[in-house]
Design a protein around this ligand. Structure first.
Ligand code: UD1
Ligand code: UDP
Length: 368
């Protein structure tokens, strides 16, 4: 506890999905009147449409510091964030560093904090895909080894932390901060005209997002996926907001002409959060390899085909909207037919997506 009687928390964000998670923390911390917060943006994502746009839409405060790190190999990016973060942390000396999710900014700042003996709180702790070929899995495992306080989104996370020997009195099943942000912003998102502007009919189109290196960094895999998606596009328009990693790969693999040959597959720039929420909410189907989009379609009750063989978010499968689909053309085609034939209703929403995860985190923080 700082001498002012406030708890001093440094919040770290860097990549697109981080902004939705910290927005809930900022709201909840500010509502207590007892948390002094300092916001650090690592600069991992830097395009207007991957970063700044969300600060306006989510009414996030300006970062107190932007470390201005950028792209690079994993080692270079992680080391760059660490080097730039260390002096900030030495100067601020907060009571806690809050890191969210599983991106390189998460592990880089957790590692710096733990070496400087500053306590680390990890939001979205305990998730495991059990697939070490995913860089995020390594980030998750290591961040949890270094953390002092664990905020967990779903029961599987608690089980994983128990099995790994985490101190269970410091592990708290609080639910999903992304759900907090979604529920808060859904009424505004419903006012977006994006569906109409794209000339789409509600429930008459699909949405596609792709950015996992395992899917997009290999030309043959990416071509397979696009071949499967072509079957969806033969049945309904597919809107594809293209992540910058994926845009670069499509260009360098010479797949642009293949995309242009599928007029029903509409590539667009990465979207703002409100437009993207409206687009998902009214879609017949979402195809994705995103972690956050699996959560969001579950909350919205929209069918989701996750183009991966594993998920670190198994409750999305239990609820019934999400299904894992091998990123291969034949599997995508078969799963699409199954989704179109499926008239079952998703089971009820989890109480862990009630919009109050941030509040529970703030309450637990103030008890430390
Ligand atoms: C990162 C995260 C991933 C997360 C994703 C969310 C890691 C290891 N990966 O993946 O877990 O799901 O963000 O979107 O932390 N680029 C731009 N403009 C930007 C950002 C990136 O052009 O604003 C391009 C650059 O070429 C960059 C590449 O995308 O090299 C990859 O960016 P990076 O942040 O390293 O990884 P992502 O694939 O975005
Ligand atoms: N998102 C967005 N615009 C888009 C695509 C995604 O606002 O064009 C949002 C999405 O609603 C979710 C977050 O970005 O809140 C997910 O980020 P991403 O898929 O990049 O990362 P992941 O969750 O896989 O780490």
């Amino acid at each position: 506890m700082a001498s002012t009687g406030h708890v001093h928390c440094l919040l770290v964000c860097g990549a697109r999905p981080n902004f939705m998670k910290i927005a809930s923390l900022v709201d909840a911390f500010d509502a207590t009147g007892r948390v002094r917060r300092f916001l650090v943006h690592t600069g991992q994502h830097y395009d207007e449409k991957m970063s700044r746009l969300f600060f306006g839409e989510l009414s996030l405060p300006e970062p107190d510091v932007n470390l201005g790190c950028g792209e690079g190999s994993h080692a270079r990016q992680t080391a760059d964030i660490m080097q730039r973060f260390e002096p900030v942390l030495i100067e601020r000396r907060p009571d806690w560093v809050f890191v969210v999710g599983d991106v390189n900014s998460t592990i880089a700042c957790a590692l710096v904090a733990s070496k400087l003996d500053v306590r680390v709180a990890h939001v979205e702790a305990g998730l495991r895909s059990f697939d070490r070929s995913m860089p995020e899995e390594i980030n998750r495992v290591l961040t949890d080894r270094l953390s002092d306080l664990f905020f967990v989104t779903e029961p599987a996370g608690m089980e994983n932390l128990t099995r790994e020997g985490a101190p269970m009195d410091r592990c708290h099943l609080v639910g999903d901060t992304m759900a907090d942000t979604l529920l808060k912003h859904l009424p505004r998102a419903r006012q977006s005209r994006v569906v109409e502007e794209l000339g789409l009919a509600p429930r008459g189109y699909a949405v596609l997002t792709l950015h996992r290196p395992g899917n997009v960094d290999n030309a043959a895999t990416l071509a397979e996926i696009l071949d499967g998606v072509a079957a969806v596009a033969a049945a309904m328009p597919v809107v594809f907001p293209v992540h910058p990693r994926t845009a670069r790969r499509i260009a360098s693999f010479g797949l642009s002409a293949r995309l242009a040959g599928l007029p029903a597959l509409r590539t667009v720039e990465p979207m703002g959060y409100l437009d993207f929420l409206r687009l998902m909410a009214d879609a017949r189907l979402v195809l994705t390899d995103s972690g956050g989009v699996q959560e969001e379609t579950t909350i919205l009750g929209v069918a989701c085909m996750t183009l991966r063989e594993t998920t670190e978010r198994p409750y999305t499968l239990d609820i019934g909207t999400n299904r894992l689909v091998k990123p291969e053309s034949a599997s995508i085609r078969a799963a699409f037919s199954a989704v179109m034939a499926d008239v079952s209703r998703p089971r009820r929403r989890s109480e862990l997506t009630d919009g109050r995860a941030g509040q529970r985190i703030a309450e637990i923080l103030l008890r430390q």
